[in-house]
Design a binder for this molecule. Structure first.
Ligand code: FAD
Length: 454
């Protein structure tokens, strides 16, 4: 039921200018970067400037049973931050300060709204870095990265966001503010609540501050290598071999020929070699980075690469960062995120190609191949029928990827768009346990209801 005008006025009085009902201001905060449309028009948005503001907003929403969508950068791809009809938006994007950089103890304390790339730029000035590096680093925030447990281009060696979070400040659905974790290297003093909130996609609490691990920047410049393949499955087999080698790269990305062509057309200055079927793009670090990159390029040739190229620096990674925006612009927004045991990578790629042919619908493939994480992106025309057909094909891909032990989402999260696939991989007992946790923390089901937790 919609909150009454008097009830809405209560919130406006409590938060002043930090709450707005102005439609033009709110509109950009109603969506994320997925193809999901808002469930309806919200009553307003809170632009929080402190944990206390979030607490005030949640106490109000909990008292009046108003559904809340939580949003920081809005680059999500699962529909997790999309607004609800008569709901409240809580945006954390104004809370974007770095509160402390503590090299001696290898941590930094940040507010959720700091953009990943900006955080790393500022850490870089002190000779440090934060490893999680999604392709969306220029628009995604640390808060969003934590809420989705984002992966990225460096996960092959450095792991994903959960490996870099030491502690959190979280506002619970009833407005209580709790602190989890610690600044220490080791800590087993409580249940691991920090890890429970990482990846919870706004369903268990709102992250208002984070203590994250930082590391010293590598001394030597990285080397980047490219390998062109005439068969995308061969690129998959080369990935499996590189992952298993002593020279395992830090990054190992896959981009199919269709997508490389789109990126080259958008950036005539870049002109990455056009592969027959797919490109593998990898990066090596450390004293022997050049030698290691050359070794990996040679290995790619053994697995059928027709052409390889090695160069110093990061520039070539731009082709991967621009891959999904190029596909979105070409009318292909329906993106999957399956993650499979690495040894099954090539056969899952082959399975995606077969499904694409069977349904006579183009499926582009990009992904963090070195993590076994593939993003099949399905052709989709205008209108609901088209998106339903594209989603149905994506569901087939998910089922096929689950078979060898894969998962529905490796990094983008479940949100609204992938929730219906969950019974394919979760047992009823796991579903029940998750629901108990959700009920314990949010008994009125106001935080991101109907998403992530089945
Ligand atoms: C071009 C492009 C490339 C991408 N590449 C990658 C990639 O390589 N790896 C990857 O993992 N993802 C990638 N993504 C997806 C997206 O960028 C990530 O999921 C990112 O972590 C979302 O951050 P955000 O700040 O934009 O979060 P939002 O979109 O604002 O929110 C995402 C989810 O987190 C919740 N949330 C947000 N902030 C909070 C908070 N403070 N407290 C509690 N819950 C919160 C929201 O409710 C929502 O469910 C990509 C997206 C795009 C558009």
């Amino acid at each position: 039921m919609r909150a009454s005008e008097e009830e809405i006025q209560e919130l406006a009085t409590a938060l002043g200018e930090k709450f707005t009902t102005d439609e033009t201001t709110i509109r950009p905060y109603m969506r994320d970067q997925s193809w999901m449309v808002p469930e309806g028009t919200p009553i307003g948005a809170v632009f929080a400037q402190s944990a206390q503001d979030v607490s005030t907003a949640l106490k109000w929403a909990n008292a009046h049973k108003v559904p809340v969508s939580v949003r920081t950068g809005g680059s999500g791809l699962a529909g997790g931050a999309v607004s609800y009809a008569d709901g409240l938006i809580i945006s954390l994007d104004k809370m974007n300060r770095i509160l402390e950089i503590n090299p001696e103890n290898s941590y930094a304390i940040v507010e959720p709204g700091i953009i990943n790339e900006e955080f790393n730029r500022q850490l870089g000035l002190e000779g440090y870095f934060f490893a999680p590096d999604p392709a969306s680093a220029s628009i995604a925030t640390i808060g969003g990265n934590i809420a989705t447990n984002a992966g990225g281009l460096r996960a092959v060696s450095y792991g994903v966001t959960i490996d870099w979070v030491k502690g959190l400040e979280v506002v619970l659905a009833d407005g209580r503010i709790i602190h989890t974790g610690s600044k220490t290297i080791k800590n087993v003093s409580s249940l691991n609540l920090t890890q429970l909130f990482v990846g919870s996609e706004g369903t268990l609490g709102v992250v208002t501050q984070a203590t994250v691990k930082i590391e010293r920047l590598p001394e030597h410049e990285p080397y980047t290598f490219l390998a062109s393949f005439d068969s995308i499955e061969d690129a998959g087999y080369a990935t499996i071999a590189m992952r298993d080698s002593d020279n395992r790269p830090v990054s190992l990305e896959l981009i199919d020929a269709f997508t490389v062509d789109l990126v080259n057309k958008r950036h005539p200055d870049m002109q990455v070699p056009q592969p027959g079927a797919a490109l593998l793009l990898g990066q090596t670090l450390g004293e022997n980075a050049e030698e290691q990159a050359n070794t990996m390029a040679e290995l790619c040739k053994e697995f059928g690469a027709s052409e390889t190229h090695v160069e110093k620096g990061n520039d070539l990674l731009a082709v991967r960062r621009d891959a999904y925006p190029a596909l979105q612009d070409a009318g292909m927004p329906v993106i999957g995120d399956v993650s499979v045991p690495i040894a099954s990578l090539a056969e899952v790629i082959q399975g995606i190609e077969e499904l694409s042919q069977k349904y006579n619908r183009r499926v582009a493939i990009i992904g963090h191949a070195g993590d076994g994480n593939l993003h099949p992106i399905v052709q989709c025309g205008e209108g609901l029928e088209e998106s339903a057909a594209a989603e149905a094909l994506l569901d087939e891909i998910v089922k096929m990827a689950i078979e060898p032990g894969g998962v529905i989402s490796g990094e983008h999260g479940i949100g609204y768009l992938k929730r219906h696939d969950l019974p394919e991989m979760l047992s009823q007992d796991v579903i029940d346990v998750q629901r108990s946790i959700k009920n314990a923390l949010d008994p009125n089901n106001i935080l991101t209801p109907g998403r992530k937790v089945y």
